[in-house]
Design a protein around this ligand. Structure first.
Ligand code: 1CP
Length: 343
């Protein structure tokens, strides 16, 4: 059988009842089978670049939950890692990135080709694609240049973003160099992932809301349009999902320049508004609160989301990544609810 995956149908503009479902960060710490594999690798980056283990953990949530899509297991911080900025993951701390001299770093990074470094990832993509049933899609991803940049400049997860914004404003030439470098590397990585077998790519812009409104054109939208154009030039049929957390009010103005892009909605977005302001013109994805999935009281919210958004092109998902403390039975209940939906 050669079924077009339901995720691709929705991303190409079809309203599906029930809609496709996958969850951001679906391969990860809430799964005991993930923890069992993860324990074998003290170093997270080594784990990310072992083809066999990446293939295995990418498929784990599909085997357990039968989601409509797999997302390749990797991390948005692989780009700084391969550009030569040491990235360490310490328990309870999140990522820690080494301080660098930006003038040297930018000079050394110019036109760097990371395709050899990414070979194990591309191999896993090909292996996962071959292992997946034909009705399931494979999603590749990268961080947005801004979101990756916040970790590189801040040395890890930023508590507030005022220091990064200050850096960007006071060292604007250096900051522009970092954004240009990351835009170029994000493009190469996404093209490589599609070439290796990904059906869809998602750009994670988790910290988009930290960008002051007057800087968004330069720091967020101009790089995003460049990425969009570069992908569409080579792979016009490959759908792109843009997940910008906390900035959905900006989406309506972006749509004309990014035709076909699916917009990720975080949990703060009112779905009635999203239907009239975004979904009339573009597919949308989201937006159940991940905390609700932890608590288990999500039935009303799921119904509200489905009533308002399954009328158009829609992908059911969370408003942000699934939390490590999420009980597995709740995930089963969520999928049953969504898959049992009749309009
Ligand atoms: O020990 C561990 O297992 C480390 C935990 C972990 C995992 C499971 C990290 C470190 N990365 C990942 C995988 C990962 N990261 C995926 C896997 C594919 C999937 O199933 O979805 C994806 C898509 C990401 C993307 C990612 N990494 C984002 C964007 C999405 C989001 O949740 O906002 C961000 C911001 C990161 C940085 C990062 N890497 C790891 C952690 C713990 C973090 C977040 C730290 C922070 O909160 O700032």
């Amino acid at each position: 059988m050669n079924n077009v995956p339901i995720l691709l149908q929705a991303l190409r503009g079809a309203a599906k009842t029930p809609p496709p479902i996958w969850l951001m960060r679906q391969a990860g710490r809430y799964l005991p089978e993930y923890m069992a594999e993860r324990q074998k690798f003290p170093d997270f980056m080594e784990f990310c670049f072992n083809s066999d283990v990446v293939t295995k953990v990418t498929l784990q949530p599909i085997e357990r939950f039968d989601f409509d899509a797999a997302i390749i297991f990797s991390d948005i911080l692989t780009i700084p890692h391969f550009l030569g900025q040491t990235v360490k993951f310490e328990k309870g701390h999140g990522p820690i990135l080494a301080k660098v001299d930006w003038t040297d770093f930018l000079k050394n990074s110019e036109q760097k080709d990371l395709s050899n470094d990414y070979q194990p990832l591309f191999q896993s993509i090909t292996d996962v694609k071959n292992a997946l049933p034909s009705d399931k899609a494979l999603i590749g991803f990268a961080g947005s240049p801004w979101t990756i940049g916040t970790y590189m400049i801040g040395g890890g997860k930023s508590k507030g973003f005022s220091e990064i914004v200050k850096f960007a404003e006071t060292q604007s030439q250096t900051f522009k160099g970092i954004l240009d470098l990351l835009t170029d590397q994000v493009i190469k990585l996404l093209l490589g992932q599609i070439k290796a077998g990904c059906d869809v790519v998602q750009i994670f812009d988790s910290w988009a809301a930290a960008v002051p409104v007057q800087q968004r054109e330069e720091w967020l939208w101009s790089p995003l349009r460049k990425i969009y154009k570069a992908i569409k030039t080579v792979y016009p049929e490959t759908p792109i999902i843009y997940y910008g957390k906390g900035i959905s009010l900006d989406y309506p103005a972006l749509i004309p320049d990014l035709p076909g892009v699916c917009f990720g909605l975080d949990q703060s977005v009112d779905v009635k508004w999203a239907n009239s302001a975004i979904q009339k013109f573009a597919p949308v994805q989201g937006n159940l609160d991940p905390e609700k999935l932890v608590m288990g009281d999500f039935q009303k919210d799921v119904q509200n989301i489905l009533e308002n958004l399954s009328v158009g092109p829609f992908v059911f998902n969370l408003g942000h990544g699934i939390l490590p403390e999420t009980p597995i039975p709740h995930v089963h209940q969520l999928i049953e609810l969504v898959k049992g939906w009749k309009s």
